[in-house]
Design a protein around this ligand. Structure first.
Ligand code: FAD
Length: 387
């Protein structure tokens, strides 16, 4: 495993929901049975029932994984920068300075946003955020519920909200999150955080004990998995980030398990589940909404959580809901706005002859024969939509 970072900093906090134990139970930092949602007109406290919302701190994850790997004599960790990955007929080569390593399978998670060649068929938003972990003198947070989305902030034509992860009555991670095509200056994030703390949470006296900042691609751009005979993409580079939520942690764990199953069953890592066309289409519509009507999404999220059982919402966001469950969920939302956006998307992306069909492009695929020869025929597409 080659990584240029030494992974000894708490550079991120992973939050996720789950209804089953993960391999990381020992290092769960906090776990909540309730979620809180708010906008200017309403507030909801949602009982997660079989689910829980959990947080793992980056530093705990890195230590836990490194300790586990130390016990594996067949794993070597190397702190170094990978310059290039070269595919070959029998193995792939990883070039690190003057040294070349060879592997039957190379898993590439080096995501370089600049390498994405933008296409008019897709949308390229960014989910960008900054969070402060703060400590207050007084007890101001309610540790029994994590705030998933608080829209009480000026939307400025975009989808903007706050997360609050209360670790204790006087300590929380408060994060300002935006879906837009441009990132903000440090000052803009800080001003939004200060304003939210003071005007919405009534918190003016606090110490910032840690900061977290990041950007996650929110795009329906295709991320091919097999990028060579012996090279497979993983993580963000392998398209494992759900573009409309930014959540990736659990998806990456499921993907790792699928890769291992494929290696055991097929002798190669590539037999992993294909992304669902149905969910990709829904992501595309949602991204279009965020791009053009970002500020209108506040009431949509409120309605979504008010009118659907939490299991249905999580199954939808995890891309595990059946077509019927999807229809039930979508029926609770304002339909005309979504239909209008879907139609608008067809025209603005020059797709009126082949609606959504051209979403399925898998660039640089050395094994085109593995994909269905029917290509993007209507029948084929329709059948995949309801799989
Ligand atoms: C700040 C932040 C918070 C997030 N919070 C959540 C969350 O709460 N829940 C959730 O589900 N998802 C979250 N995500 C999204 C996603 O889960 C993470 O981005 C996750 O770490 C993605 O895994 P990855 O393997 O693709 O990338 P990374 O974890 O970033 O790993 C890529 C690795 O590649 C190394 N590297 C890069 N270039 C080179 C090179 N040339 N040579 C050698 N090594 C190299 C880096 O050092 C890094 O260790 C968050 C992302 C960020 C940035």
């Amino acid at each position: 495993m080659i990584d240029k970072g030494n992974k000894n900093r708490n550079d991120r906090t992973w939050a996720f929901w789950t209804d089953e134990p993960t391999p990381f139970e020992q290092i769960v930092y906090r776990s909540w049975d309730y979620l809180h949602l708010a906008d200017d007109d309403s507030a909801q406290l949602i009982d997660l029932q079989d689910y829980r919302y959990q947080v793992i701190r980056g530093i705990d994850f890195y230590r836990f994984v490194h300790d586990a790997l130390k016990a594996c004599p067949n794993v070597t960790l190397l702190q170094a920068t990978v310059d290039r990955i070269i595919d070959g007929p029998d193995a792939a080569q990883v070039v690190v300075g003057d040294t070349t390593y060879s592997g039957t399978w190379v898993f590439d998670s080096i995501f370089r946003p600049a390498e994405i060649v933008e296409s008019e068929r897709h949308q390229y938003l960014q989910l960008h955020f900054k969070g402060w972990e703060i400590e207050t003198g007084a007890d101001v947070f309610r540790p029994e519920a994590a705030t998933l989305m608080d829209f009480r902030t000026p939307q400025e034509g975009e989808t903007r909200f706050f997360y609050v992860l209360p670790f204790a009555p006087n300590r929380a991670l408060v994060e300002f999150t935006v879906f837009s095509d441009q990132r903000f200056s440090h000052q803009e994030y800080s001003e939004a955080l200060r304003e939210y703390l003071a005007e919405v949470l009534n918190v003016t006296e606090y110490t910032i004990v840690a900061e977290e900042q990041g950007v996650i691609p929110a795009t329906d751009h295709p991320f091919p998995r097999r990028v060579g005979e012996h090279v497979m993409t993983i993580g963000t580079k392998g398209g494992r980030v759900k573009p409309t939520t930014g959540y990736a942690f659990v998806r990456i764990q499921h993907d790792s398990a699928a890769i291992i199953r494929s290696l055991i069953d097929h002798g190669h890592p590539f037999n992993v589940p294909e992304d669902s066309l149905r969910y990709r289409m829904l992501d595309t519509i949602m991204l279009e909404m965020m791009d053009h009507y970002g500020a209108d999404l506040k009431p949509v999220f409120a309605t979504l959580f008010e009118r659907n059982p939490i299991q249905r919402i999580f199954r939808f966001l995890d891309e595990e809901g059946t077509p019927l469950e999807n229809v039930q969920l979508i029926a609770t939302l304002p339909p005309w706005q979504f239909i209008q956006v879907a139609i608008q998307w067809q025209f603005s992306h020059n797709m009126h002859m082949h609606p959504f069909a051209r979403l399925i492009d898998v660039p640089h695929d050395p094994h085109p024969e593995q994909y269905d020869a029917e290509g993007d025929s209507w029948l084929h597409l329709a059948s995949r939509m309801f799989q």
